[in-house]
Design a protein around this ligand. Sequence first.
Ligand SMILES: Nc1ncnc2c1ncn2[C@@H]1O[C@H](COP(=O)(O)OP(=O)(O)OP(=O)(O)O)[C@@H](O)[C@H]1O
Ligand SMILES: [Mg+2]
Length: 252
Amino acid sequence: MVNSTHEKDILIDCKNLQKTFYTGGVETHALRDASCVIRRGEFVSIMGPSGSGKSTFMHLLSFLEEPTGGSYRFDGKDALAFDRKILARLRNQEIGFIFQAFNLLSKLTVHDNVELPLLYDFYTKGFSRSKEHKKRIAHALESVGLTHRAEYKAQYLSGGEKQRVAIARALVNNPKIIFADEPTGNLDSKAGLQVMKILQKLSADGHTIIMVTHEHSTARHASRILRLRDGVLERDEKVEDRLFATEMEELK
Ligand SMILES: Nc1ncnc2c1ncn2[C@@H]1O[C@H](COP(=O)(O)OP(=O)(O)OP(=O)(O)O)[C@@H](O)[C@H]1O
Ligand SMILES: [Mg+2]
């Protein structure tokens, strides 16, 4: 009984995950050995030196790349058995992505950028601008504090605002899990803290957050830190001196 409840809490369970790239006759062991268990609603940071395999690890966990070895269970199922159709649906509906470079479409408005993941419905079911979609966009913009920017073109926003639009876009399908690769890498410290505050709130609301970062101070907003070195997940530790972005802001 205890065991089954425990199992249900687990979103990610990977063992000896590996990724080797073969490019121009050269083998690169980007990820040699990564094992971890991540529960629903956890906020986990991935740290490690440049080239240690952080992005590769995240790409495997988020189904952007296929591993060349190891096992991976996602939400209780064998992820290596998922076909293209399942993967496309997962990437669209259950996973949100946030990148260092924001990756917005600069000529589109904030509203239309956030709407993009909803267009998947257009291809699968025949899209209509339903009330439900409008509500979801409004809710996503509200949760990042950007309701007043909805009709702005993305190109006119500050870096911090762009990243918050990217978070709203990641959120619009109410994903189980959000992957963020260096989300504060292009931001000043104040905008970075706003992003941390939003991610901590999302985690408190039950979203699982996995974030790659170089900065120890950013990593400490998570509840756990996984450390990679030369493609090996060497350490998995609880954050004892966790930072909370609201407290940090008040200190400023
Ligand atoms: N598509 C690819 N083809 C070949 N080699 C790759 C590919 N992607 C990553 N690598 C190599 O794998 C290793 C790990 O790369 P990765 O991008 O995961 O590191 P990282 O820890 O995210 O680094 P950074 O902090 O600089 O972003 C590096 O040596 C990199 O050059
Ligand atoms: Mg990287």
